[in-house]
Design a protein around this ligand. Structure first.
Ligand SMILES: [Zn+2]
Ligand SMILES: [Zn+2]
Length: 161
């Protein structure tokens, strides 16, 4: 078993916790990236893009791990006003507690499995919460003319008196 972090194409967001127990009082800093599939009504994580998680893992209590960090993900959708492509990059702060299933309590959201922590569900949930339901190509998008359907970002259409 060589290697510090368990990483391959399917487990991009899996971290081997033996690294954390070795470091005792100091948190473990990891930067992970991989594909994430997440989709809401108005937008989705950009296909074939890499989502990045830069985070710190800290041992709290005897067998819980607190994960604090930043998720950076590119999204793409359809502008609700003009129907053109809308896209952007979101930066999402995350702070989640992972614990063994036997220690279920009200703070617990994510389970901790033996020597590994699987951060992908947390990254995916963060993306799902942050993806715009009502995407805009730009905050100042003028949308389509309700009379002729012209894209008003491209200039006035002549319908307005
Ligand atoms: Zn638009
Ligand atoms: Zn018009």
């Amino acid at each position: 078993m060589a290697g510090n972090l368990a990483m391959n194409t399917n487990r991009s967001f899996t971290v081997n916790l033996t690294q954390l127990s070795k470091s005792k009082d100091s948190p473990l800093h990891v930067v992970l990236s991989g594909p994430i599939e997440a989709k809401v009504t108005g937008s989705a994580i950009k296909p074939n893009s890499q989502v990045t998680l830069d985070c710190r893992l800290e041992q709290v209590r005897s067998n819980s791990v607190l994960v604090t960090g930043l998720v950076v993900a590119s999204w793409i959708g359809e502008c609700v006003r003009c129907l053109e492509v809308a896209q952007g990059v979101m930066e999402i702060e995350v702070r989640e507690l992972f614990a063994k299933k036997t220690d279920l309590d009200d703070e617990l959201i994510y389970p901790l499995e033996n020597d590994f922590i699987e951060l992908e569900p947390m990254v995916r949930d963060a993306c799902l919460l942050e993806l715009p339901q009502l995407a805009l190509c730009m905050t100042t998008c003028k949308g389509l003319c309700s009379e002729c359907g012209a894209n008003l970002n491209e200039g006035p259409c002549g319908c307005i008196e």
